[in-house]
Design a binder for this molecule. Structure first.
Ligand SMILES: Cc1cc2nc3c(=O)[nH]c(=O)nc-3n(C[C@H](O)[C@H](O)[C@H](O)COP(=O)(O)O)c2cc1C
Length: 105
């Protein structure tokens, strides 16, 4: 986190990327998100996006709800979510969706 805090303080856009573990964002991304509580919010972040992978379809509701609430809490615009279940990962269609999402940031 000591490396992350200064980067988060300067960032104007933020892309979170994580697999779904047990119907939510994995613990490895939850930890740095939750540690941001001590600085309230990343000061300059105006826009955010989420990239999410999973094995199964239809497992993204929890992650999307959490992401929406974090955007609201951090006063950042929710630019959208790209999801990829197992057969959508590393495909051209998914790469295109990511390119289009990132272009909006
Ligand atoms: C501990 C664990 C929990 C998982 N839980 C889910 C789940 O609830 N639903 C699902 O579709 N995929 C689940 N997966 C599969 C991952 O989302 C999938 O492997 C992901 O696309 C790639 O993450 P990985 O590179 O960390 O394996 C789980 C994987 C692990 C290791």
């Amino acid at each position: 986190m000591q490396e992350l805090y200064p980067l988060m303080a300067e960032a104007e856009a933020l892309v979170l990327a994580a697999p779904i573990y047990y119907f939510t964002l994995c613990a490895q991304i939850q930890a740095p998100i939750q540690r941001m509580y001590c600085v309230n919010a990343p000061a300059k972040v105006k826009k955010m996006a989420l990239l999410c992978s999973s094995y199964s379809p239809g497992v993204y509701d929890g992650a999307k709800a959490e992401f929406r609430d974090i955007c609201n809490y951090w006063h950042a615009e929710n630019m959208g979510v790209v999801t990829a279940k197992i057969d959508e990962q590393k495909t051209e269609a998914t790469k295109q969706k990511i390119v289009e999402l990132v272009a909006k940031l």
